[in-house]
Design a protein around this ligand. Sequence first.
Ligand SMILES: N[C@@H](CCC(=O)N[C@@H](CS)C(=O)NCC(=O)O)C(=O)O
Length: 251
Amino acid sequence: MSNPIELYYWPTPNGWKISIALEEMGLPYELKAVNIGKGEQFTPEFLRISPNNRMPAIVDPQGPDGAAISVFESGAILQYLGRKTGKFYPKDERGRVVVDEWVMWQMGGVGPMFGQASHFRNYAPSLVDDPIKIEYGQTRYNNEVNRLLGVLERRLEGLDYVAGAYSIADMAIWPWVRIAAIFGQNMDEFPKAKAWIDRIAERPAVQKGVAVGADLRMRPEAGSKEAEESRKALFGQTASSIAAAAKAAQS
Ligand SMILES: N[C@@H](CCC(=O)N[C@@H](CS)C(=O)NCC(=O)O)C(=O)O
């Protein structure tokens, strides 16, 4: 029996990509919660595994040649797990290129743009402070989210999954797209994407994956001390603030 993969995780769309993949691939794993609202992503131990101070990350005790390996960036983790298991990641070059294209589309487009749309919708300071700038940010990122949903809708014309067969690309894209309605997108505009969301949601491994650590995700009440601490940990990060947080975590 091999040692479980360590999953550095917090229950968010980027975290779900990996809990879903591990469930789909039937790999044993051990949860290592990284409470990003409390700044646990800045500890020197975590930064050694994930230098970008973001979760998810994994440590596979049985990496290449049997030695341990750590991987950060969800797209790289999905590709690593796909290569390791030979599941949901085609071995033939043409098939693999298509999956890689859609994984990269998620990593470079969907993740960052949905992330910014969420920031401007849920976290930007009140409209009263600076209505023009905030509205500009909201419109820009909501339009990008809408454009990306249109790309997905066109892609799913005649396909059940983005690369033909269900793959790590769907696992990367689904956790963000399924919450697009919460960002104010009208999903009736995108019937194929909507059907794809439901098709994937029916998979038992996906249901297990999104349930991982659900009890950890307790959004602090707006205006509470916890909410203020979480804002401080997550927003306004600079190179020197990360260095200071890492140092503080060490002492
Ligand atoms: N490109 C990264 C993005 C990961 C990411 O943004 N993770 C967020 C949570 S969804 C995080 O760890 N945030 C901590 C922080 O902002 O300090 C990936 O796909 O792995």
